[in-house]
Design a binder for this molecule. Structure first.
Ligand code: GLU
Length: 429
């Protein structure tokens, strides 16, 4: 008979093998053999420290009242305050936010930032809201989660469908409620409100920098390499521009407005102008439209999933022609697909290191806010590249030493740091 003192699975969520929390739990299980004596603490990683569900009521422009479900989850605070973005999306759930918060813990530890992991979200399609409604929703949500966020406790940032303007409203709301000007409560702010140069493009830059290192190690020449990008938002488009500048051809792109293809490579300046005007890649004249499922069959060397979770399924993993997968998104590859990619000899640079550039520059922003001394864009980029390359090197050594994937190696490096802090702090009481 199982003792009731054995840790029981959480009753609040019902993960499946491919769902975000299920994916994360599997990733943790895989790292246990490499944790040594720290494995004793592993259960810490399998449950969030704290999860807040809030009601977000707002008055719509037409006088009706709408209610949205909001979340802020602090997965782990052993190494420092919580840190992670806030997403506005109709599919947001507690389970998804828990997984995203947990991936932030791993990511922040992987690049050795003095942060725990957190994430927030509102279950809403922001495209259906007017600017004023969006502002009211953001402000009410910020007030509701105000009991757990703060410059020294938990620092939100942009994620899917959130941006510097939304961060400005969050910063202002928190500041009004506390009678301060608390620039350090969120990152990813506009530049003149304590934002950092280089923050907007930082995630895409990190994807490029880690991708360039990985390509070098597998003798993949970036000049002439064909790149397919899923998700052409802040992350995907910035990474695509940098690969294009390095001589790669961006041959396929997909977002919620369509899927486009051009084997000769897109003219990136034209594509960026089109995306700015039309809100997505669909209808771009310099490419052929494609059926969305055909995206996964495109002849390419590098695949960059930079949209949502669970996109690389087992079936798509069998089909892709890429040699290198760079996870710009959080959680884009389900565990069965991960195994198939590994068997096929396709190298995956996992989300928890690949897209860590964004939070790394968020950290720079937070430090600059506290010192009220701001760095040049060059200083930001040089420091960012150094951190990303150093972190990837350490992960690669771990992967080589244990003959494990880069994902398990990143978890090994990160979880060792988190659980060491856990052990050193000790249990209270
Ligand atoms: N939302 C981004 C991520 O998933 C950035 C988080 C942050 O800057 O705190 O890494």
């Amino acid at each position: 008979m199982t003792s009731t003192l054995t840790p029981m699975p959480l009753s609040s969520v019902h993960p499946t093998a491919d769902s975000p929390w299920g994916t994360y739990l599997m990733q943790v299980d895989r790292v246990v053999p490499y944790l040594g004596h720290l494995a004793r603490w592993v259960e810490t990683l399998k449950r969030p420290k704290r999860a807040l569900i809030v009601d977000v009521p707002i008055e719509l422009d037409d006088g009706r009242v709408a209610h949205f479900e909001g979340f802020r989850v602090q997965h782990n605070l052993s190494r420092g305050p919580g840190k992670g973005g806030v997403r506005f999306h109709p599919d947001v759930t507690l389970e998804e936010v828990m997984a995203l918060a947990a991936w932030m813990s791993v990511k922040n530890a992987a690049v050795n930032l003095p942060y725990g992991g957190a994430k927030g979200g509102i279950r809403v399609d922001p495209a259906l809201l007017s600017r004023k409604e969006l502002e009211r929703m953001t402000r009410r949500y910020t007030s509701e989660i105000g009991i757990i966020i703060g410059p020294h406790s938990d620092i939100p940032a942009p994620d899917v469908n959130t941006n510097p303007q939304i961060m400005a409203w969050m910063m202002d709301t928190y500041s009004m409620n506390t009678g301060t000007t608390a620039t350090g409560v969120v990152t990813g702010k506009p530049i003149h409100l304590g934002g950092s140069l280089g923050r907007v493009k930082a995630t895409g830059r990190g994807v490029f920098v880690t991708g360039r290192e990985a390509a070098r190690r597998i003798d993949l020449e970036l000049a002439g390499a064909r790149v397919a990008v899923q998700g052409f938002g802040n992350v995907g488009s910035a990474a695509a521009e940098l690969f294009n500048q390095a001589g790669s051809r961006i041959v396929a792109a997909q977002d919620h407005t369509g899927t486009i293809h051009n084997d000769r490579g897109f003219d990136m300046a034209d594509l960026m102008a089109h995306v700015k005007e039309h809100g997505g890649v669909g209808g771009f004249k310099g490419a052929e439209p494609m059926k969305s499922e055909e995206f996964w069959d495109v002849a390419c060397d590098i695949l960059i999933p930079a949209a949502l979770e669970g996109q690389i399924t087992a079936e798509r993993a069998r089909r892709t022609k890429a040699r290198l997968v760079l996870e710009g998104a959080n959680g884009p590859t389900v565990p069965t697909a991960d195994d198939i990619l590994a068997e096929r000899g396709i190298l995956v640079v996992p989300d928890v290191i690949c897209n860590a550039g964004g939070v790394t520059v968020s950290y720079f922003e937070w430090v600059q806010d506290f010192s009220s001394f701001f760095w040049t864009e060059d200083e930001i980029n040089v420091r960012l590249d150094k951190i990303m390359i150093g972190a990837l090197r350490r992960i690669w050594d771990t992967a080589d030493r244990h003959r494990i994937t880069l994902r398990t190696a990143t978890f090994a490096v990160a979880c060792e740091r988190i659980l060491t802090a856990r052990e050193e702090r000790g249990l209270y009481p």
